[in-house]
Design a protein around this ligand. Sequence first.
Ligand SMILES: [Zn+2]
Length: 451
Amino acid sequence: MTEFPVRADTLITNARILTMDAEFTEFAEGALAITGGRITALGPVTDAARTQADEVVDAAGSLLLPGFVNTHCHAAMVLFRGLADDRPLDGFLKAVWAAEAAHVTPDTVRAGATLGLAEMALGGVTHVVDMYFHPDATIEAAGKVGVGLTSGPVFIGFDGIDHLPWPERLRFAEDFVARHRGTEGLELMLMPHSAYTLDAEKLREVAAMAGRLGLPVHIHAAEAPSEMRLVADQHGTTPARILDTCGILQPGTLLAHAVHLDDAEIALLAERGVTVAHCPLSNAKLASGMARLKALRAAGLTLSLGTDGASSGNDLDMFKTMRQTAYLAILATGEPDVLPARDIVAMATRGGAAAAGLGARKGVLAPGMDADLMLVDLAAPHLIPAYDPYSTLVYAAGREDVRDVFARGRRIVASRRLVAGISDEIAAVRAVAARIAENAVGKQAKYPIRQ
Ligand SMILES: [Zn+2]
């Protein structure tokens, strides 16, 4: 136990603290001190009596836990929220890619990502792994909202909506990494889209670049039946196997979805040390399938939770994601005890940080760790009583119960309100949404839309 300091930037008092460390250490009436963006001490509130702080937050009646780490998202895709419902992944992609081609620019990405990141911050997310075109615009949005971000250049085998032919895409990636390495609050990964949008040679080039630059890779893999068919046609094998053949499966590679895997592939992923972003809302809505969480856990893989983009999700809610994780795991196995609530909260916090390669700095409340945390107010009728805080978080609580959020010590949500002003971005999203809707209706529709 670290002794409480005499001085702190921020002192949170009287909270029920869930540290989410490996022993699930709790403090019934706890305090936590923050200085310079880091946690400097935590423990029983009586131990903090001598600490003077610039800001004291009385958290009586609230849970204090690490912020959620959303390990798979496309924040700017809030622009297409609800545009292509009621269809599987291939039909969804057809509609969304057409809308993207017409409307995605750095400006619309900046506005959309700002809304997406704001939505996540208000729901207790303090760090996001985000894959999208024009990543510089998303980085700006994260700086404004205050959420931590893992970003990176996207690799796709055709020109894509950012109009980068392959050689230029490789140059952009190298330049992007050089410009952003060491930026405060920003982590880097290389983000090849998938095995169905990249041929084997290009996958190998990305793997080589990752090795050369010392960066992990984030990629969609084994998401849906349509992907399995496409990859079989293009590569003559499965996504997991072709990614391994091309050198993509390395320690720290973060796979989004990982739904359609046989036993041998699960063993292979464990052997390679890859991690998984489970995205149960997107997987259910697009009829992609149910990930084999029990087998993935038994194999020892690091598991985390992602919302995916709001165009497939259709929101960016980690509470709902936790609950859906429980429901799908129970339905898939017929075992109500297959994944205890406590372990699901761990997937959303400690597991998320570990899966994103940030386990040494985030995901657990402990001295020296980044002060990424949230207060969940237990006062609402739907949270009373709260016998088991983990059960409350997974099965009863929602985003509306998140009271305050700190990211690297900075309060980004205060009394349920976003600290950053984003009215300009909201207006910009409304304006582009009007154009998207106009394109989508009428006889000359460029892409199908449900009325
Ligand atoms: Zn995705």
